[in-house]
Design a binder for this molecule. Structure first.
Ligand code: HEC
Length: 124
């Protein structure tokens, strides 16, 4: 390669590198907010019904499969604090994937639980 050809080759490489380095996926732009609750999530209005519908069949005071009870805030908060509530529904390999025997919850529902926890898992 001539000196000029090598020079323009390296210039193209740097331009390409700069272009890719500056490119990033903006989550907000790729997945625009579809109107689900994004903050101020309530335990009683949002989280409790979600857990009731998906989990009480196996984790109520009466069912207690795996000795896990998620019914009511005082019980649920124990699984928030040890990380297993979010870990199990996000299928984090450190925990048994939940709900057991069914598909992963829709992302919008996982987000409700995640944001509620991020906002302090309040008994509101
Ligand atoms: C069909 C029954 C069933 C359903 C529905 C179910 N679970 Fe479970 N769950 C189990 C069983 C059985 C275990 C014990 C399994 C084990 O420890 O390997 C368990 C264990 C757990 C654990 C402890 C996991 C660990 O690794 O220590 C958590 C937390 C949990 N479930 C949360 C949930 C949540 C949240 C839901 C609802 C989204 C749910 N489960 C729905 C049957 C169920």
């Amino acid at each position: 390669m001539s000196y000029m050809a090598r020079k323009s080759f390296w210039i193209s490489c740097s331009v390409l590198f700069l272009l890719t380095a500056c490119y990033y996926d903006n989550e907000e732009e790729l997945y625009p907010d579809t109107g689900g609750p994004r903050s101020n999530i309530s335990y009683s209005k949002d989280v409790e019904p979600l857990i009731r519908n998906n989990c009480y069949v196996c984790h109520s005071d009466a069912a207690r499969l795996g000795n896990v009870i998620l019914e009511g805030y005082p019980k649920l908060i124990l699984y928030v604090n040890d990380g297993s509530l979010l870990g199990s529904i996000t299928h984090d390999s450190r925990w048994t994937a939940m709900p057991s025997g069914s598909a992963r919850l829709p992302q919008s529902q996982i987000d409700i639980v995640r944001i509620w926890i991020e906002e302090g898992a309040k008994n509101n």
